[in-house]
Ligand binder design. Structure first.
Ligand SMILES: C[S@@+](CC[C@H](N)C(=O)[O-])C[C@H]1O[C@@H](n2cnc3c(N)ncnc32)[C@H](O)[C@@H]1O
Length: 245
């Protein structure tokens, strides 16, 4: 699996970017799941396990599942007290789906890496307790990796969206190259709804450029201010119906 090949590079970058845009939307998970004490939370596509761990430090009974043996090996080494499972999520939750009654599931920057989500969402809908939350963050399908352009005459800046509604497989260069499955936002909302999980929250946080450091907004350059107005990350929250579904 590609992620086995690039796991070391991903982990190195993730750990060296403690305060950067890498952590965009991490607060979303904590905020929506508070109070975490005693809540069972499954981290789907957990990578090296840091989010499961950060939820566990707030009292959650957190576990994780990922398709990359290398990622899961690192997760187990780092956080031996947490349960981590290996499964190709295209086929569903695997051993993580044997547990039922999860209070919540989180998928941070993983769903867009998975070629087919139907079995995963079907298993998640069964394993989540009625009323449970499924929180997602991902690159914003409309704006992430869209070329930045400045009109040579008007100087107007924009991101160049060359296609949106068509599903597309792209190769992203990040971390040494991996596949990214582009799907429009409405597709995700409908796919979750088909499995009885309905949109409950949506976040499009302004983008803070890594270059601004501690500078106040007034002191940002016009480019940095413009940059912040187009969200490149998206947060979605889905809730399973409290009864049935
Ligand atoms: C961008 S990383 C995100 C990791 C972690 N959630 C984080 O926030 O750091 C994407 C993760 O999805 C996992 N992944 C990709 N395709 C998968 C699949 N088919 N089954 C299981 N995991 C998969 C990768 O192994 C990788 O750990």
């Amino acid at each position: 699996m590609t992620w086995d090949r690039i796991a070391d590079r991903y982990i190195e970058l993730a750990e060296s970017r403690a305060t950067s845009s890498f952590h965009h939307l991490t607060d979303f998970f904590h905020e929506r799941l508070r109070p975490l004490s005693g809540k069972s939370v499954l981290d789907i596509g957990c990578g090296h396990g840091w989010l499961a761990h950060s939820l566990a430090t707030q009292g959650a009974v957190a576990s994780g599942v990922d398709g990359s043996e290398s990622m899961i090996k690192q997760a187990r080494l780092r956080y031996p007290d947490l349960a981590f499972h290996t499964a190709d999520l295209v086929g569903g939750l695997g051993p993580a789906g044997a547990v039922s009654g999860y209070d919540a599931m989180v998928a941070r920057f993983s769903l867009q890496c998975i070629a087919h989500l139907d079995r995963l969402l079907g298993d998640a809908a069964v394993a989540l307790r009625p009323g449970g939350l499924f929180l997602v963050s991902m690159p914003h399908p409309a704006f992430y990796m869209r070329e930045r352009v400045e009109d040579p005459v008007t100087k107007e800046r924009y991101r160049k969206v060359t296609g949106y509604l068509e599903h597309e497989t792209r190769i992203l260069p990040d971390f040494g190259g991996h596949r990214y499955f582009h799907r429009p936002v409405s597709w995700y909302i409908q796919a979750f709804a088909r499995h009885g999980m309905h949109l409950d929250d949506m976040r499009e946080p302004p983008q803070q450029p890594d270059t601004v450091g501690d500078r106040k907004w007034e002191d940002w350059s016009s480019f940095e201010k413009w940059w912040s107005t187009i969200p490149v990350f998206l947060g979605l929250g889905f809730r399973k119906a409290a009864t049935g579904g």
